[in-house]
Structure formats: C-alpha cells, structure tokens
Design a binder for this molecule. Structure first.
Ligand SMILES: NC(=O)c1ccc[n+]([C@@H]2O[C@H](COP(=O)([O-])OP(=O)(O)OC[C@H]3O[C@@H](n4cnc5c(N)ncnc54)[C@H](OP(=O)(O)O)[C@@H]3O)[C@@H](O)[C@H]2O)c1
Length: 251
C-alpha cells in the first residue's frame, strides 16, 4: 500500500545499519535514494548497488554531517543530480560512553556536533529544496536515550533529547509549508554500533527480560516505521516520536 514512486530521499549514515535498511526499503517503495556516509565508501557503494537492483537511481554522497559547508555542498549535488529532495532521514550518528567526570570537551563537542548539529545542518540545507517541491517529510532517528536519559552516556542522551526538541519545533514551524517532521526512537538494534554489546550471553542474561517483545531489534524493524512516517499513510502525523524498542521504554 505504501508507494513513494517518484520521490527522492536523502538518508544520512545510509551506508550501514539502520540507515542502509532505510535506503533499501525506500527504494522498494519507489524512491530514488542519495546515500550519505562519512568514510566507508565501499559500504555506501554496496547499498547503492542494492538500490539500483530495485530499479531506482542511487547516489552515494560522502560528507561528515558535522561540517555545515560539506552538508550544503552535498545537498546541492543531490538536488542537481536527482532533481530535488522530498524525504530526509537524519540517521547518521555516533554512540560513545563516558561518565560525567571523564567526558572531555572534545567528546562532548563531537557528540553534539554529529548527532544534534548534524540534524540542524541537514534540515537547514534541505528545507528550501522541499519548499520548492511544495512539501516533504523529515524523519530523525533519535533514541530511547533521548527520551529517558542514559547513565554514562550523558552526551549521547543530550544530543538525542535535543534532536527530539528540534523535531517538535520544526514540525510546527514547517507545517504551513507541507513539511512533516517526525522522529523514531529505537531501543537496542543489532548493528555495527551495538555488535560488541549484543552477545548471545548478554542478551539472555540482561537484555531480553526488559524488552517485552523478547529480543533486540534488527535494522529492518526501524526502517518500516521510518518509511511509514515518510508515506501518505502518515499524512496527519507530525511532531511525533515513535517508539521502536520492543516495548522497553514507553513514553
Ligand atoms: N543501533 C542501536 O541500537 C541504536 C539505538 C538507538 C538509536 N540508534 C541511532 O540510529 C542511528 C544509526 O545507528 P546504527 O546503529 O545504524 O549505526 P552504525 O551501524 O554505526 O552506522 C552509522 C552510520 O552513520 C554514518 N556516520 C557516522 N558518523 C557520521 C558523520 N559524522 N557524518 C556522516 N555519516 C556518519 C556511518 O558512515 P560510515 O559507514 O562511512 O562510517 C554509518 O553509515 C544513529 O543515529 C544511532 O544513534 C541506534
């Protein structure tokens, strides 16, 4: 039922994990997809090949989202080569740990720079292109950490909590322009980011029990809700943060 035929999507951090699953599902729904990444060109090219196999155009675009000038240039390139941007998935992110007494200024600046300023840079650069198309949809990939906090990851939780506040602010600001802005908040999802932590022993011992649906998620479990929020089925939804955590955190 969901068709995004003729739409152009830009997915940040589209080379791996949740972002790559979003690229694949968006292509299946009919989108041409620009796949942003930071360093792993090989991974971005592999996702691009999958998008093309689905019969859609793919554009791998390297840029660190922390850098506003590179973001602006990347958005310009996507608009020029794919004809516009209708959908923006702000997914690029990092997750490191550090207690309050050990976090350095550099740790803090990098985390906020990628996970929060990155979202700001992308939205600022993409919104004029969406306005020219008469509307669009933005989905920010946040985290349960941004909803409830996360001990020993305060900088991460603050970055994601900031992204939730930005989601709500832009939802109201951009509604008159036909641009919807929502977020998905994943819990534990099996990706490169979490791979060292999601060992079978750890899942059995301490992770399964607090997840009512009984397992950590897969990247595809997040891509579905992202594509739903992009689609006309979600046409009256804006400013929402959708829980995608197996029931572990209910807000
Ligand atoms: N996995 C989880 O359990 C989980 C839970 C809650 C929220 N999340 C959020 O979901 C998002 C995706 O996480 P994931 O687990 O899929 O991560 P991942 O497997 O580590 O992949 C991260 C992706 O982001 C890209 N990236 C990282 N820093 C970037 C930067 N500065 N500029 C541009 N691209 C950058 C990477 O590009 P390269 O390939 O070039 O390195 C890669 O494509 C993140 O925002 C994360 O915080 C994840």
């Amino acid at each position: 039922m969901i068709t995004l035929e003729g739409k152009v999507a830009l997915v940040t951090g589209g080379s791996r994990g949740i972002g790559a699953a979003c690229c694949r599902l968006l292509a299946q729904a009919g989108c041409d997809v620009a796949i942003n990444y930071r360093r792993r060109t090989d991974a971005a090219l592999a996702v691009a090949a999958e998008v093309e196999r689905a019969g859609r155009r793919a554009l791998p675009v390297g840029a660190d989202v922390i850098d506003p000038m590179r973001v602006e240039a990347m958005v310009g390139r996507v608009v020029e080569e794919l004809g516009g941007i209708d959908l923006l998935i702000n997914n690029a992110g990092i997750w490191t740990d550090g207690s309050i007494e050990t976090l350095t200024d550099a740790d803090w600046a990098r985390m906020i720079g990628v996970n929060l300023s990155g979202v700001f840079h992308l939205c600022r650069s993409v919104v004029p292109a969406m306005k020219r198309r008469g509307g669009g949809a933005i989905v920010n990939v946040v985290s349960t950490a941004g909803q409830r906090g996360e001990a020993h990851h305060g900088h991460y939780a603050a970055s994601k909590g900031g992204a939730i506040a930005l989601t709500k602010s832009l939802a109201v600001e951009l509604a008159p322009h036909g641009i919807r802005v929502n977020a998905v908040a994943p819990g534990w999802i099996r990706t490169d980011m979490t791979e060292p932590f999601l060992t079978p022993e750890r899942i059995d011992e301490s992770l399964k029990e607090p997840i009512p649906l009984g397992r950590p998620g897969e990247p595809e479990d997040v891509a579905g809700p992202v594509v739903f929020l992009c689609s006309p089925l979600a046409r009256h939804v804006t400013g929402a943060t959708l829980n995608v955590n197996g029931g572990a955190v209910l807000t």
